[in-house]
Design a protein around this ligand. Structure first.
Ligand code: PLP
Length: 436
């Protein structure tokens, strides 16, 4: 029962949120116990049973302890979520980019414990839908700390934004302006411009962003409709590998700022979007991007211009370690060579949807094995559904493991559990163990 309570069903967020009755404490809380140095808020620590772990206990040792203590069953995959990683990321952001206010792109991982931790640190939020706005407001965060950063919005969602006083929203086309003029003419509008996203793993410019040559006509239309354009945004694409993509987008944003001022708009906001590295293993580090853009922002945008960004994976990618169980195994011999097919209890329809949607290449590590073999064999690792596409690793080399052994995957916090489905009757809501 206790174990079940720890597992967060992502379809029941609203119920979870409603159970927070007191207004959100925005400051990190001090406790008289050994938790007093934690910047994770007190209500998160108690509600999610966040365990203060000894610095010497590795995540691997912790996962083994959870298994040996009987806190998980073999049919449950589970995550260790280190909220301290998120605190550190926030601090790193503040020191590298003190002028840029982060608005966490919650689509990346809408876990309430993470949202409340980030909110208590002072982060703001990027929402893309009515439900995401409801989630943030339900966490006691002010509507002033939300940007509705979806350039193509449903009318009912715009109405909800208006009713809940979410003022800032993006647009990138004429039809959107007409809609906003009818539903929410007082909104503070941010023009999302197209970027060169060729250096990014997930590209967005085929779907979003106004081409630069179309911006003057959009600004003219906004003026005719009596709308309030106050900023420019962009998104260089998720998993951006080159700081120059940010630099050229900032220069383009500056040019559109000037154009908007010519149309009489009072421009006060630059939004640098998402695309920030999450792990440092992507071939580019956050500090490289920060170093490249900091002087450019100061050069082009005076101090009175508010600068924000919408980091998603940056905050959460490293915070999650996923443990999965090998529940079936098949030996194959082809041309005299032995190889193995393994079946694990989490797959492409659940956490590993990031392989398809986020182009992620998860690397399996062996947590505990019934044997200590070191000889390597070709192996393919499948998820639990009856779909052959449900393949997590194809033809990799690894030591032989047995049914009942556990594998684990690092850096699983971004775009993983957020889009998990219960397809084929397999569990999509993992057991989550929080630590700090
Ligand atoms: N902002 C918007 C509008 C997005 O669509 C996304 C991701 O899809 C993000 C921010 C977050 O991007 P990332 O996780 O690469 O930082």
């Amino acid at each position: 029962m206790e174990r079940l309570q720890r597992s967060l069903n992502y379809n029941t967020w609203m119920i979870e949120i409603e159970s927070f009755t007191s207004p959100f404490e925005l400051q990190a809380t001090g406790l008289s116990s050994n938790l007093c140095l934690s910047k994770v808020p007190r209500d998160v620590i108690s509600k999610y049973e966040v365990e203060a772990v000894n610095a010497e206990e590795t995540v691997e040792a912790l996962m083994k302890r959870k298994i040996s203590d009987g806190q998980v069953l073999e049919n449950e995959f589970f995550y260790i979520i280190n909220l301290n990683t998120i605190v550190k990321k926030f601090e790193e952001w503040e020191s590298a980019l003190p002028r840029v206010k982060p608005f966490f792109a919650m689509k990346c991982n809408p876990n309430i414990a993470i949202i409340r931790t980030l909110a208590s640190l002072g982060a703001n939020f990027d929402c893309a839908s009515k439900t995401e706005i409801q989630t943030i407001l339900g966490c006691g965060v002010s509507s002033k700390r939300i940007i509705y950063a979806n350039p193509c919005k449903m009318v009912s969602h715009i109405q909800y934004a208006k009713a809940s006083n979410v003022e800032m929203m993006t647009f990138d086309n004429a039809a959107e302006l007409t809609k906003i003029a009818e539903v929410y003419p007082e909104a503070k509008l941010v023009l999302r411009i197209i970027t060169d996203d060729s250096q990014s793993i997930c590209r967005f410019s085929t779907k979003f962003g106004a081409p630069l040559d179309k911006c003057p006509s959009l600004l003219a239309l906004a003026k005719d409709l009596g709308l309030n354009v106050m900023g420019v945004s962009f998104h260089v694409g998720s998993g951006c590998m080159n700081p120059q993509s940010f630099c050229s987008a900032i220069k383009n944003a500056h040019a559109i700022f000037k154009k908007a001022e010519e149309y009489g708009f009072n421009m006060t906001l630059l939004d640098l979007g998402g695309g920030w590295p999450g792990t440092g293993y992507e071939g580019i580090s956050f500090s490289e991007v920060a170093e490249a853009i900091r002087p450019l922002i100061d050069e082009l945008f005076p101090e009175n211009i508010e600068v924000i960004a919408e980091p998603g994976r940056y905050f959460v990618a490293q915070s999650h370690t996923l443990a999965v169980n090998v529940y079936a195994k098949r030996e194959v011999v082809h041309n005299g060579e032995k190889s193995f097919l393994y079946y694990i209890n989490d797959g492409v329809y659940q956490s590993f949807n990031c392989i398809i949607f986020d182009h992620y290449s998860p690397k399996p590590l062996i947590l505990n094995s019934a044997n200590d073999r070191t000889e390597l064999y070709r192996a393919t690792i499948f998820g639990p559904t009856c779909d052959s596409m449900d393949c997590v690793n194809k033809d990799i080399l690894m030591p032989e493991v047995e049914v009942g052994d556990w594998l684990y995957f690092r850096n699983m916090g971004a775009y993983s559990v957020a889009a998990a489905s219960p397809f084929n009757g397999f569990k999509s809501c993992p057991t989550l163990f929080y630590i700090h």
